[in-house]
Design a protein around this ligand. Structure first.
Ligand code: ADP
Ligand code: MG
Length: 359
C-alpha cells in the first residue's frame, strides 16, 4: 500500500520555524519557546588516534539546529562530516566540548540510556548502506525487525513496512535477502529502515550516492514527507545538489570547522567564537596560507587587504648580504686603525722622514 503524497501546498523544506509544526504533531502540547534546540554542539572537538599519531577531525564545531529544520552538511572529503554525524547519534564521545539533542547532553547518558535514546528518537543511515541492514533477512524482515520496539501491532508494522517498500520502489523485492540487493537497492531500503519508526531526528550520511535521479527524488520526497508530516528534524551529509537544495539550509564543514552556511540560496561565512572565519574556497587562491593581510573597519563592513610580505631571503641575496657585511666590517676596522694612528701621533718611521728642523 502506498501512502498518498501529502495533499495541498507544502511548506518549503526545512522552513518550519522552531517548534511550529502542524497541529497535533510532535510539538503539540508544548509552547514553542519552551523547546530546546533539536541539535546543539558547543565547541565540539574530536581527535582520533593515540598520542603521537592524532588526527584532529573536529576542531571546535558550534552548531544549532532547531526542531523541524532540515540541514545539509556539505564539505570536501575528510572535512569531518561523518565524525560530526556520529557525535549527533551518540556513537562517539567528544574529546572536548558538548553535544545536546533535544536539550539532553549525550555525555551524561550511560551506554544503556544512549542505546534507548537512539532507539526512541533517532533514525540513522550510515554511509555504507549495507551496515544498516541485516544481510540474511529479507527487505520486509529488516523493516519488521526495526519496528520491534515500536508500540504497534504486527499488522500495523507489516502495513508500514509494505508502504515504505512501495515508496522507495522495492515493492517487488520485499522477500529478497538484503545482502542480495544491489548497492542502490540497499541504500533505498536503509533509508526506509531509518524512517520506519517516525524518528524525531533523522541523521543520514550520503543517502543518495548510489541512486539514479529518479530513485534519489523518491528518497528526497520520503525525507521531506517525514519532515512535513512528523516534524522530523533532518541532518544529512551530502554531495548531491538535489538533496542540498531540498533541505534548505546548508552548513559547510572544512578542516573540522563550520566554515559557511547557506540560507535561501545565499552563502554566508560563519564567524567562529574566537573571531576566526574561513575564506570561501574560491578566494583562497588570493590569500594562500600564511598570507599577511590587513583587516580594516569600513562603514559597511571589513576590508581585507593583502599586504606585500618582506622580500624573501634567497640564498644569493643572503650571500651578497654576508659579503657586504664582511666588507663593511673591514672598512670600519681600517677607519678605526687610522683614527688610532692619528691619536698616537706619527710613528718612528714617519718621524725619521720629516725634514730636519732648521737650526
Ligand atoms: P568526511 O566524512 O568529511 O569525509 P570524516 O569525518 O570521515 O570526514 O574524517 C575526518 C578526518 O578524520 C579525516 O582526516 C579522516 O581520515 C579521519 N578519521 C576518520 N575516522 C577515523 C578513525 N577511525 N581513525 C583515525 N582517523 C579517522
Ligand atoms: Mg564521510
Amino acid at each position: 500500500m502506498t501512502q498518498p503524497a501529502s495533499a495541498g501546498p507544502q511548506p518549503s523544506a526545512g522552513q518550519f520555524p522552531a517548534g511550529q509544526f502542524p497541529a497535533g504533531q510532535v510539538s503539540a502540547g508544548q509552547p514553542p519557546a519552551a523547546r530546546p534546540p533539536a541539535v546543539r554542539c558547543d565547541n565540539l572537538v574530536h581527535v582520533y588516534g593515540t598520542p603521537g599519531s592524532e588526527v584532529a577531525a573536529l576542531r571546535g564545531v558550534d552548531l544549532t539546529v532547531r526542531p523541524g529544520e532540515m540541514v545539509a552538511l556539505l564539505g570536501p572529503s575528510g572535512a569531518g562530516k561523518t565524525t560530526l554525524l556520529w557525535h549527533l547519534a551518540g556513537l562517539l564521545r567528544p574529546t572536548a566540548g558538548r553535544v545536546e539533542i533535544n536539550g539532553r547532553r549525550l555525555t551524561d547518558l550511560g551506554t544503556g540510556a544512549l542505546a534507548r535514546f537512539r532507539l526512541a528518537e533517532v533514525g540513522l543511515l550510515l554511509q555504507n548502506p549495507a551496515r544498516n541492514l541485516l544481510p540474511y533477512q529479507s527487505a520486509l524482515g529488516n523493516l519488521m525487525f526495526t519496528q520491534a520496539p515500536a508500540r504497534r501491532s504486527a499488522s500495523a508494522r507489516r502495513m508500514r513496512a509494505t508502504e515504505l517498500l512501495d515508496r522507495v520502489g522495492l515493492g517487488g523485492a520485499a522477500h529478497r535477502r538484503a545482502g542480495r540487493l544491489s548497492g542502490g537497492e540497499q541504500q533505498r531500503l536503509a533509508i526506509a529502515v531509518a524512517l520506519a519508526n517516525d524518528p524525531g531526528l533523522l541523521l543520514a550520511d550520503e543517502p543518495t550516492t548510489q541512486l539514479d535521479p529518479v530513485s534519489a527524488a523518491a528518497v528526497i520526497e520520503l525525507i521531506r514527507d517525514a519532515n512535513t508530516s512528523q516534524g522530523t528534524t533532518v541532518v544529512a551529509v551530502t554531495h548531491d545538489p538535489a538533496v542540498a537544495g531540498a533541505l534548505g539550509r546548508t552548513i559547510t564543514i572544512r578542516d573540522g570547522r563550520v566554515g559557511a552556511e547557506g540560507l535561501a540560496g545565499q552563502e554566508y561565512v560563519v564567524v567562529g567564537r574566537d573571531g576566526t572565519l574561513q575564506l570561501p574556497a574560491e578566494l583562497t587562491d588570493l590569500f594562500p596560507p600564511g598570507t599577511l593581510a590587513r583587516a580594516e573597519r569600513h562603514e559597511h563592513g571589513v576590508f581585507l587587504h593583502q599586504v606585500d610580505p618582506p622580500a624573501p631571503v634567497t640564498p644569493a641575496f643572503a650571500r651578497t648580504r654576508t659579503l657586504t657585511c664582511i666588507l663593511t666590517a673591514r672598512l670600519i676596522r681600517r677607519a678605526r686603525g687610522r683614527a688610532g694612528e692619528r691619536a698616537r701621533g706619527p710613528g718612528p718611521a714617519l718621524r725619521d722622514r720629516r725634514p730636519a728642523a732648521p737650526d
